[in-house]
Design a protein around this ligand. Structure first.
Ligand code: UDP
Length: 324
């Protein structure tokens, strides 16, 4: 039996594919390569296809014995989702319905779904626990929350088993340097600061210095992508062992400010660079920190690379390799 990784050519999906393969799972990667990279699929079988085409995803289930699905295929630019919500609702929500229908047709009843802390919107307090209200403030977060709801309804009606994993800020790269973060356009903090350190960008802009945080910049919970990968495999085993469908936060339970990330990049690279203090970016909550107590308790998960300097070091190694 194989594990189908939808969106397995992307940043998070490719790291999960590596981890699954390393642990002896057969994988089938289904990706339209709109944002994914063919060269990031170094393990398993690759199928070029799009979830918007039911025949393409059905074809995968006809060809391979799929035991479970891990679903990462989604657009994930918050700002773009505000400007073009239709793109997000069609791709993230409607296309997921095609995947779920193909799973039902072929009797596949397990899915690990890539969700996000963006489903919580502005939290009332941190650390955020899974039972706190989910009130997304942008279409991206709303699209993920809609799928969470769909999974719940399909679970009740059709017996679908699911694990919803709500990531905080995925960061870092494969410690062995085989794969890493490669977005185009890049909007994430750590790769942008690394680009400022290497001189590829003239500066790093700090979006907002007047937040009610310890240094005025936004606080986020950065979680290593390889630790995320480990959690996915634990969630898969949990479902295989008859665990109840559930939702889990995945973060380090530790907030790091934008200025602290910049300091970590200075320490790791030994380079100084220009830091420009600018206005807030619309839609950014002041602080997002997750409680992962449930994932630890139920899945036995424990992040191995919790230190932000380690996360930055792995990201820097990958970025350097990519630039050479
Ligand atoms: N950020 C920043 N400058 C940048 C990019 C991001 O100050 O060039 C800040 C952003 O406002 C947020 C944090 O860094 O507080 C993390 O942003 P990122 O886009 O990496 O992830 P998000 O939290 O939006 O998912």
């Amino acid at each position: 039996m194989a594990i189908l990784v939808c969106g397995g050519a992307g940043y998070i999906g490719s790291h999960i594919n590596k981890e699954l393969s390393r642990r002896g799972y057969e994988t089938v990667i289904f990706d339209n390569l709109v944002y994914g990279h063919r060269e990031a699929v170094k393990w398993g079988s690759f199928i070029l296809g799009d979830l918007k085409n039911p025949n393409e995803i059905n074809g995968v289930f006809e060809k391979y014995p799929i035991e479970a699905v891990m679903h990462f295929a989604a657009y994930a630019y918050v700002g773009e989702s505000v400007l073009d919500p239709e793109k997000y609702y069609f791709n993230n929500v409607a296309n997921t319905l095609n995947l779920l229908r193909a799973m039902r047709t072929h009797g596949c009843d397990k899915i690990i779904f890539s969700s996000t802390c963006a489903t919580y919107g502005e939290p009332e307090r941190v650390p955020i626990t899974e039972d706190m209200p989910q009130r997304p403030i942008n279409p991206y977060g709303a699209s993920k929350l809609m799928i969470e709801r769909i999974l719940k309804d399909y679970g009740a009606a059709y017996g679908l088993k699911y694990a919803v994993l709500r990531y905080f800020n995925a960061a870092g790269a494969d410690p062995e340097g085989e794969i890493g973060e490669d977005h185009d356009p890049e909007t994430h903090l750590i790769p942008l600061v690394l680009d400022a350190a290497s001189g590829k960008r003239p500066d790093i802009k700090v979006f907002g210095t007047d937040y009610p945080t310890r240094d005025g910049s936004c606080v986020r919970d950065y979680i290593h992508v390889t630790d995320l990968a480990d959690a996915h495999i634990r969630a898969l085993k949990y479902l295989q062992n008859g665990g109840e469908s559930d939702c889990f936060n995945l973060g380090n339970e530790k907030g790091t400010s934008v200025l602290e990330v910049i300091d970590a990049v200075r320490r790791v690279t030994g380079k100084d660079f220009k830091v420009t203090l600018t206005d807030r970016r619309p839609g950014d909550p002041a602080a997002l920190v997750g409680s992962s107590e449930k994932a630890k308790r139920v899945l036995g998960w424990e992040p191995k690379y919790a230190d932000v300097e380690t996360i930055v070091r792995h990201a820097a190694k990958w970025r350097k390799y990519k630039d050479e």
